[in-house]
Design a protein around this ligand. Structure first.
Ligand code: G4P
Length: 547
């Protein structure tokens, strides 16, 4: 265990063993639910695979990856994804490590799918930020970190690819601090890099882990040398060890000491160096997640905050995925459990519809397959078969009217007008877009005036996915044409009259989204600014929460 571990763990054993409350408390305390944030190519897939290797969940490296070499990841499900070799689908993997249940929520790395990625991050309790040490902080990482900040999600940082020539480690920390505005507390420090990468020095344990390329062992045990002053080290690599001592002195003087409280409140990130492809430094990250990252915490809902250890089940849908299994045309709603104990076959209330549903054929996501789930606790993700009546943000509970908050929609910045070749298919088009809108695959806007539908997306590939799914699933051959719209803002106001005036005067640019929220569609940045100035009683939002 890492230093500070005891402090991070809640005490699950205080209630009498065997009692339901004690069982729930124990199960919650041993859960860690996290996602990986990174810029494409930083090594997320490689790292995911190595993390799974530890749990024995996969025997062979290449099960998750291999997408570029033709063997497809288990999460690959759509032709378009296979053609492109990118991960459109994000999936969930559950595995055990040191008596803990780890839920790893995979996020699509391709920037075109960032909207989905953003929402996945609302369902995690911590995040692992992977940075390519040769490149430093990249664009996608900046955006994702901003999303984590909305909920002060604790972040563990992994500087990857130290087996290559990288940037100066101190400079990397500086960049993270200045660009991402988060304090860095180095926990391990690299010795050399590239061809001269010798290993890492653990600043808290005062020991050196020696690097060996190509380690593919599940336990990832590397040789450890105790103490930076150990004469053995000076014998092995005298030059690098002198350099290390100088740097460590600098680091002790100039950087932050790891502080669990600061990490948990999201203002500080512990930083580890390593090489995912060599499985080097990976176990240290898993240990950090288990020892330091939070177990599920309370979640805000409309009426009150919900504790994970409450006896009654509750949870919310953060993602809907179609065609997980091409053999069945199914849609799966991913629900994060927030409290209580889920049991197969239990009856819960679908709060938006005020309806009771029986959760019988619910699935869980073990690393390599989908399995029927018997029970689940806060932090776990379960998959509900969705017969077209679930939306992102929907809450479920055993009775009480709780609606979880904080599941965002982001204003799209790409727009298309939809036309269909066969006018008789207009009904199917509307039905298809309604469902795809609910899934969050695309945002659909219906202007108050005119019969066009406007689609909004964060990434251009979303349009291709929607076109292909409209054709295959709804039999609609749709054409997407460029649109004069350049940005969208949701509009709200306490002043009902101002809202209806706005709607009446700007009908071509005022639209309703799939959930019935009013939005303004701007044709340019200037147009948006002027409109905001002209309508001071209205508030324009770049994000909206599921209502
Ligand atoms: P991503 O999911 O974040 O997009 O990244 P991915 O894991 O696919 O890794 C991107 C590339 O970086 C891959 O190489 C991968 O092998 C490489 N990589 C990951 N970790 C390390 C590391 O620790 N050291 C080095 N040197 N490389 C690493 P590729 O050539 O794009 O793909 P492939 O042909 O190896 O599959």
């Amino acid at each position: 265990a890492l230093p500070g571990a005891a402090a991070a763990l809640e005490s699950p054993d205080t209630a009498p063993a065997g009692k339901p409350a004690a069982v729930i408390a124990r199960e919650v305390a041993r859960r860690r639910t996290f996602g990986i944030i990174s810029h494409p190519d930083a090594g997320k897939t490689t790292l995911t695979e190595k993390l799974l290797l530890f749990s024995g969940a996969i025997q062979l490296a290449g099960t998750v990856k291999g997408r570029k070499s033709g063997r497809h990841a288990t999460s690959d499900w759509m032709d378009i994804e296979k053609q492109r070799g990118i991960s459109v689908a994000s999936s969930v993997m559950q595995f055990e490590f040191r008596e803990h249940v780890i839920n790893l929520l995979d996020t699509p790395g391709h920037q075109d799918f960032s909207e989905d990625t953003y929402r996945v991050l609302t369902a995690v309790d911590s995040a692992l930020m992977v940075i390519d040490a040769a490149k430093g902080v990249e664009e996608q990482t900046i955006k994702l970190l901003d999303v984590c900040r909305m909920r002060d999600t604790p972040i563990v940082t992994f500087m990857n690819k130290l087996d290559r020539e990288t940037r100066d480690p101190l400079e990397l920390l500086d960049e993270v601090e200045s660009v991402l505005k988060i304090e860095c507390a180095p926990v391990t420090w690299p010795i050399g890099m590239g061809k001269n990468f010798r290993g890492v020095y653990h600043l808290l344990k005062d020991e050196i882990m020696l690097f060996k390329a190509g380690e593919e062992k599940a336990d990832g045990a590397f040789e450890i040398v105790k103490g930076i002053d150990n004469p053995k080290l000076a014998e092995m690599f005298p030059l690098e060890i002198e350099q290390l001592k100088m740097e460590v002195e600098l680091v002790h003087g100039a950087s932050h000491v790891f502080d669990l409280e600061r990490f948990l409140s999201g203002v500080q990130t512990p930083v580890f160096f390593g090489s995912a492809i060599n499985n080097f430094g990976v176990r240290e990250i898993l240990s950090a997640l288990v020892d330091w990252a939070p177990a599920p915490r309370e979640r805000d809902a409309t009426v009150r905050a919900v504790e994970p250890t409450e006896p009654k089940f509750s949870g919310f849908v953060f993602k809907i995925q179609a065609n997980m299994d091409p053999a069945h045309r199914d849609r799966i709603a991913f629900l994060r459990v927030c409290s209580g104990r889920f049991e197969k076959g239990m009856k819960v209330k679908h709060l938006r519809l005020g309806r009771e549903v029986k959760l019988s054929s619910v699935v869980t996501f073990m690393a390599s397959s989908r399995e029927q789930v018997e029970e689940a606790y806060a932090g776990d993700i379960i998959g509900l078969p969705n017969h077209g009546n679930m939306q992102i943000g929907d809450s479920f509970s055993e009775g009480e009217m709780l609606t979880f908050t904080g599941i965002p929609y982001f204003a799209p910045d790409l727009f298309r007008t939809v036309r269909i070749r066969n006018p008789l298919k207009v009904k199917q088009l509307h039905k298809g877009l309604q469902q795809l809108g609910e899934e969050g695959a695309v945002q659909v806007f219906k202007p108050v005036l005119g019969s066009d539908l406007i689609l909004g997306a964060v990434g251009v590939l979303q349009f291709e996915v929607v076109a292909s799914r409209l054709l295959n699933e709804y039999g609609v051959d749709a054409v997407f044409e460029s649109s004069s719209i350049s940005s969208a803002r949701w509009v709200s106001s306490d002043d009902k009259k101002a809202l209806s005036d706005f709607e009446n005067q700007l009908g071509h640019q005022v639209a309703y989204d799939a959930a019935g929220n009013l939005a303004f569609l701007a044709t340019s940045g200037v147009n948006l600014r002027l409109t905001q100035e002209r309508w001071p009683k209205l508030t324009f939002h770049a994000t909206r929460e599921h209502a």
